[in-house]
Ligand binder design. Structure first.
Ligand code: FES
Length: 104
């Protein structure tokens, strides 16, 4: 299984994905630099990514904590999510995300 991650230069990377890992961990393991300063505790918003609109509805809704943290992120839009709060499973095979400003 895999996800596709577009970096800040606009280059798309195909990354091997493991079930139960967060998307942030998959990005890191794939060698793409992502700040993710709090290590996945939903306390920094430096793992901000944009989810491809085609995938947005396949993800569980963000919880209050994630919504609150995204409030403080840069250039948030309707496709913004925190990569550490999205847990990969087989239904997300092929997920496309793009790194957002402030996450690198
Ligand atoms: S790594 Fe800090 S909120 Fe995701």
């Amino acid at each position: 299984m895999h996800i596709f991650c577009t970096d800040m230069e606009g280059k798309e990377h195909k990354l091997q994905a493991t079930e139960e890992w967060s998307v942030m961990e998959i990005i890191r393991e794939g060698g793409i630099p992502i700040l993710a300063q709090c290590g996945g505790s939903c306390a920094c918003a430096t793992c901000h990514v944009y989810v491809d609109p085609a995938w947005k509805d396949k993800l569980p809704e963000p919880n209050e904590e994630e919504i609150g943290m995204l409030d403080g992120a840069f250039e948030v839009n309707e496709n913004s999510r925190l990569a550490c709060q999205m847990i990969f499973n087989e239904k997300l095979n092929g997920l496309k995300i793009k790194l957002a400003p402030g996450s690198v």
